[in-house]
Design a protein around this ligand. Structure first.
Ligand SMILES: C[S@@+](CC[C@H](N)C(=O)[O-])C[C@H]1O[C@@H](n2cnc3c(N)ncnc32)[C@H](O)[C@@H]1O
Length: 250
């Protein structure tokens, strides 16, 4: 197995592939002022196995196109949506987020939790805004500094991992420069990281290593996850996922 195949294997049976919660999804949704009686067209980009896609489908009269690059995650989402009787609301699409087949102004809402970083926040906002109707909403969760200054170690770590990490005010400026009016912001609480994402990862480690015979690649993946978890536990006062909701006005 390649490293990517192992990573997918490690994450595919998890309920989520990133920090978040049903409550966070509903809180972001509460900022969206659209007539929810109408059938809305929604894109959920980088959906993973679709925990947030399911929440959106359960709370909106909508046709949701859930996009991910990896079919393993989309298969999980399709199974879950069938089990819950939501298959008429959710269509999955195996595509890269930088090569989407969407039409101009096709959607009322573009949603993406913990995934826009893959093509970079600014690039993603610039690319995806064309797919939104005027008056439509974008809702994005994105790694964010929660204070104006922070210890060097965590600053350097994130600048190496994702140089576009920034404060909420700078992320909102990018939204404004792209024709959006920010209508809501909050950052994810600790439980969305630990209870919903990191604890399940820690619970899967032993079985994963056993399944892959303690291979060096598998051990490397586990070590990287453990480092990330330890960084979060030490420096959680300085960063989180910010959730940004903004309305397209231009
Ligand atoms: C951190 S996970 C977030 C998943 C989900 N939104 C959640 O919060 O649980 C990022 C997701 O982006 C997907 N992904 C990675 N590269 C992608 C690409 N180029 N296009 C579309 N999806 C991609 C991954 O497969 C993964 O499911």
């Amino acid at each position: 197995m390649t490293e990517m195949e192992l990573l997918i294997d490690f994450h595919k049976d998890a309920e989520r592939q990133g920090p978040g919660s049903n409550e966070d999804t509903l809180r972001a949704l509460s900022f969206i002022d659209l007539d929810k009686k109408n059938r809305l067209k929604v894109a959920d980009i980088g959906c993973g196995s679709g925990s947030q896609t399911i929440s959106l489908a359960q709370n909106l009269n909508a046709e949701i196109t859930a996009v991910d690059l990896f079919p393993e995650f989309l298969d999980k989402l399709n199974n879950n949506s069938r089990k819950l009787g939501l298959q008429d609301k959710i269509v999955t699409l195996e595509k890269s987020m930088d090569d989407l087949p969407f039409a101009k102004e096709e959607f009322d809402i573009i949603w993406s939790e913990g995934a826009i970083y893959i093509i970079g926040f600014e690039n993603g906002v610039e690319k995806w805004k064309d797919y939104l109707k005027i008056g439509g909403y974008i809702a994005l969760s994105e790694i964010t500094w929660t204070t104006n200054s922070r210890p060097d170690e965590i600053e350097q770590h994130w600048n190496n991992e994702y140089p576009q990490i920034d404060t909420a005010s700078n992320k909102m400026r990018i939204l404004e420069e792209n024709g959006f009016s920010p209508v809501g912001y909050f950052y994810l609480p600790e439980s969305s990281w630990i209870t919903n994402y990191y604890q399940p990862i820690e619970d899967r480690i032993d079985a994963f290593l056993k399944k892959h015979n303690n291979s060096d690649l598998a051990k490397g993946i586990v070590e990287a996850e453990q480092n990330e978890i330890s960084k979060y536990r030490t420096y959680k006062d300085f960063f989180s996922y910010g959730f940004y909701v903004a309305r397209k006005v231009e």
